[in-house]
Design a protein around this ligand. Structure first.
Ligand code: ADP
Ligand code: G6P
Length: 469
């Protein structure tokens, strides 16, 4: 078995404490590497006045973690800039929030170059290199320039946008061309894979030479959909932990005589939180009998708070939740409990279990692991109901949830009512099928499918070509 080198901007080493940082990528990679004594390389999250390229190496739970600091301009132009003001909004269909600035593009290229130069000496001839997410699309190109011939794969955790959107990005062709320096490209869903292939056909004059193999820009790459999952077995353990049980008891104690709806998200405009609050407000307005009988607990961890769009959504959510609570709260009831902090994973597991309804309604989402965590945390004899946006990648697999259009308040209000009144046999039927999916397609299955595909690529035409030089 070859050694696995995982590269991502955000690096969160596996830890037993349960206090890993928030975000689907970090959760999944920490879980995926837990049994794989590989190497994980990325940004330390820290800055130095000038980039030094100095590596900090640590061995944690069998995984070697190698991180590098960036300088302030890198964080401004690459992380806050091109990654989170250009690619993130564009890939989440928010062209209204997308900023194009050449300095961001230059910062993005510079940091990818710096990552490549720092990582290069750590790569051994037989290593598989697996690069993650929109921050690092050109990394393979930079590594190839430095002579790296290893098999390299890329996995995109976020959506790949429709052709009409991606073509609004200045330099889109160059970005896509850089993807052809990989051997394997993985997307979360068939829909995103198809959107990418449509671009290759229309814009890059590419062609599919055999099933899953695409040729463009004079190179060949394998393309596939690899839906990411959660560590279902670990989650099952967490739910039984002392802290989870205590949190479950606590939540039930503070919602006596009431039903609990839960939302857990990074505080991001793609998560549809404002639309969710407004739909819940409609629900309260339409169902006077539900007043004081239901409570929405929304946990939203602040994220990327140096970016204006994130400051704006935070201010709007403060205002909307305040207004709804002001209109409806009574002496012993608030309709929305809105909490801006991070919880330990075991505590989250206990909260999910106590909730009658899980509201997961992003406007657009690569996958959404919260939906899967909510399912995994339920009591098998009395499970809650998952309400899931049709625009989350997870909807391709979790069709037994109540699927909603997050842009329609009426749709969401109806789904909340239906979830709260769903008879137990139907809840059981739906949950069993959801749980089977979450268990069968967990994070280990995702990693193994991807790594095996990458490992099996030794003889792709592109590599044969590269070896001949
Ligand atoms: P994204 O990657 O866009 O943040 P996902 O739903 O795929 O969305 O992943 C989010 C991950 O972060 C989940 O594993 C979830 O449990 C975790 N998370 C989100 N909010 C919190 C929080 N407040 N405390 C702890 N973990 C959180
Ligand atoms: C999403 C992205 C990840 C990112 C995470 C948290 O899951 O796909 O790449 O790590 O959000 O965002 P942050 O900016 O804090 O790393």
């Amino acid at each position: 078995m070859s050694r696995l080198i995982v590269v991502s901007n955000r690096v969160t080493p596996p830890s037993a404490s349960g206090e890993e940082s928030v975000g689907g990528l970090a959760m999944a990679l920490a879980a995926a590497l837990r049994e794989y004594s590989g190497l994980w390389f990325g940004w330390s999250g820290k800055t130095t006045p000038e980039f030094t390229g100095q590596l900090a190496m640590q061995k944690i739970d069998g995984v070697t973690v190698a991180t590098v600091d960036l300088e302030d301009a890198d964080v401004d132009e690459y992380y806050n800039g091109y990654a989170n003001k250009t690619l993130w909004p564009l890939f989440h269909y928010r062209s209204d929030l997308t900023a194009f600035d050449r300095a961001y593009g230059e910062g993005y290229e510079r940091v990818n170059r710096r990552f490549a130069e720092t990582l290069r000496p750590l790569i051994e001839p037989n290593d598989l290199v697996w690069i993650h997410d929109y921050h690092l699309i050109p990394l393979a190109r930079e590594l190839r320039r430095l002579g790296v011939k290893n098999r390299m794969g890329f996995f995109l955790h976020v959506p790949w946008p429709a052709y009409q959107l991606i073509t609004t990005l200045p330099g889109h062709r160059q970005l896509v061309q850089a993807m052809f320096d990989y051997d394997l490209l993985g997307f979360q869903t068939a829909e995103y894979q198809q959107a990418f292939e449509e671009y290759v056909l229309n814009e890059a004059d590419g062609e599919q030479t055999s099933p899953g193999i695409w040729k463009a820009f004079g190179r060949t790459v394998r393309i596939g959909a690899y839906p990411i999952g959660i560590d279902a077995a670990d989650f099952a353990k967490l739910v039984r932990s002392q802290r989870a049980v205590r949190m479950n008891d606590l939540m039930r104690a503070c919602t006596v005589f009431r039903r609990l709806i839960i939302g857990v998200d990074r505080l991001d405009y793609s998560k549809g939180l404002e639309e969710r609050f407004l739909a819940y407000e409609d629900f309260l307005g339409n169902h006077p009998d539900a007043l004081e009988g239901v409570s929405l607990l929304q946990i939203a961890t602040p994220s990327r708070d140096e970016v204006t769009a994130y400051q704006d959504i935070r201010a709007r959510l403060d205002a909307v939740s305040g207004r709804i609570n002001g209109a409806y709260a009574t002496a012993d009831w608030v309709p929305i409990r809105y909490v801006n902090r991070t919880y330990r994973r075991d505590e989250l597991a206990g909260m999910y279990r106590a909730a009658d309804v899980g509201l997961v309604t992003p406007l657009r989402d690569g996958m959404n692991l919260v939906a899967k965590e909510y399912v995994a945390a339920q009591d098998p004899s009395d499970p809650g109901v998952l309400v899931l946006s049709q625009f989350a990648g997870a909807a391709e697999q979790l069709g037994d949830a109540l699927i909603v259009n997050p842009f329609s308040r009426e749709d969401m209000s109806d789904a909340i009512q239906r979830a709260l009144t769903m008879p137990r046999p139907e809840r059981l039927r739906r949950w069993e099928r959801l749980m089977e999916e979450v268990r069968n397609n967990d994070v280990t299955a995702w990693r193994d499918r991807y790594v095996q595909a990458l490992e099996g690529l030794a003889a792709t035409p592109r590599l044969v070509e590269a070896a001949a030089h």
